[in-house]
Design a binder for this molecule. Structure first.
Ligand code: NAP
Ligand code: ZN
Length: 347
């Protein structure tokens, strides 16, 4: 076993504290990684606080992992010691269902998540990236190109793929009018990607102070969503809207902004349901209300390669591990520009 240290939550209402634990010895197809950086996703907060009702403790969160390979199993062929690599939200899946066959492992009924999920190999629980080391099957390890800043690349492993995948699935490109709701970790990546794909990007925010940043990140227009007149000006005009908000809110405000056949895609996962949307808003223009979960491993690699080609990374605030509890409080106040990334050298 490999001894390591991280930060864990031991219950839904206590702070994260230092935690020592072990990683499994390498199997033939495993990659051992020294973790350098780990992004702080709002999902980490939802799960450590048991807002989704499925928490198991102790819980070491973290699924935006970047590090260096330190050892490989004898059957590993795609990585060598010293490579820069990433691990996202998944570390396993069944490998033989229609979803896995289609490279959509995130929709596999047996998808194994990076933390708060049973470890099917050791029989214990998976512990995530708020830690110094991790051992992951080669098939779930991603390559990070040399030109990307490693700390700023970490959020690509969740915030990046979660926004890139729906933009690809709904074929967003030049000539499309695309909305992004919420300028947080996911939202700021969605703005960058939609802009890079050539769309006309409108950012919806509850924080007027973020307007200038939104334009710098690639938004063509910014709408303060609390202002009904600004919202009205965009009625019936969007091809696609990606909603990243982590709290329940009125979805009709956004479905009414879609063109005929337009799609509002939800990626935010609030702890309480949204008010039920108006059916009339949907049927009279055949509008679509959809959802999307992260993205498959093949598409995550495509996204990382797209980022390397277009020089896209996350805008980050780096923190030492010891500041994680304060960072959570700031995320809850929408006060992060635009992703916290833990520097594991601090531990
Ligand atoms: P985040 O950094 O906290 O960003 C969320 C943004 O939503 C905030 O910055 C804020 O933007 C806006 N917002 C917050 N509260 C709001 C409210 N009451 N009303 C309207 N807007 C509000 O969170 P994140 O890490 O991007 O994650 C966002 C959500 O996506 C979370 O629920 C997370 O669990 C989920 N998630 C889903 C997937 C998936 O696969 N579907 C993957 C990762 C994360 P403004 O200040 O601009 O308004
Ligand atoms: Zn995440």
């Amino acid at each position: 076993m490999i001894n390591t240290i991280g930060y864990a939550a031991h219950s839904h209402n206590t702070s994260l504290v230092p935690f020592t634990f072990t990683r499994r010895d390498l199997n033939t197809n495993d990659v051992q990684i020294d973790i350098l950086y780990c992004g702080v996703c709002h999902s980490d907060i939802h799960q450590t606080r048991d807002e989704w009702g499925n928490a198991t403790f102790p819980m070491v969160p973290g699924h935006e992992i970047v590090g260096k390979v330190t050892a490989i199993g004898s059957a590993v062929s795609r990585f060598k010691v010293g490579d820069s690599v990433g691990v996202g939200c998944m570390v396993g899946s069944c490998g033989h269902c229609p979803e896995c066959d289609d490279h959509q492992e995130q929709y596999c009924n047996q998808a194994e998540f990076t933390y708060n999920s049973p470890d099917r190999i050791s029989g214990g629980s998976n512990y995530g990236g708020y830690s110094k080391h991790i051992v992951v099957k080669e098939d779930f390890v991603l390559r990070i190109a040399g030109n990307l800043d490693l700390a700023a690349a970490a959020p690509l492993l969740c915030a990046g793929i979660t926004t890139y995948s729906p933009l690809m699935h709904w074929h967003v490109g030049a000539g499309d009018k695309v909305g992004v709701v919420g300028l947080g970790g996911l939202g700021h990546m969605a703005v960058k990607f939609a802009h890079a794909l050539g769309a006309h990007v409108v950012l919806f925010t509850t924080s007027p102070s973020k307007s200038e940043d939104a334009k710098r990140l690639g938004a063509d227009e910014v709408v303060i969503s609390k202002n009904p007149e600004e919202m009205q000006a965009h009625l019936g005009s969007f091809d696609f809207i990606l909603n990243t908000v982590a709290a329940p809110h009125n979805l009709d405000a956004y479905t009414s902004l879609l063109k005929r056949d337009g799609t509002l895609c939800l990626v935010g996962v609030p702890d309480q349901p949204h008010p039920s949307p108006s059916v009339g808003n949907l049927i009279f223009k055949r509008r679509n209300l959809a959802g999307s979960l992260i993205g498959g491993i093949q598409e995550t690699q495509e996204m990382l390669d797209f980022c390397a080609e277009h020089n896209i990374v996350s805008d980050i605030e780096t923190i030492p591990m010891q500041q994680i509890n304060e960072a959570y409080e700031r995320v809850l106040k929408s006060d992060v520009k635009y992703r916290f990334v833990i520097d594991l050298a601090s531990l």
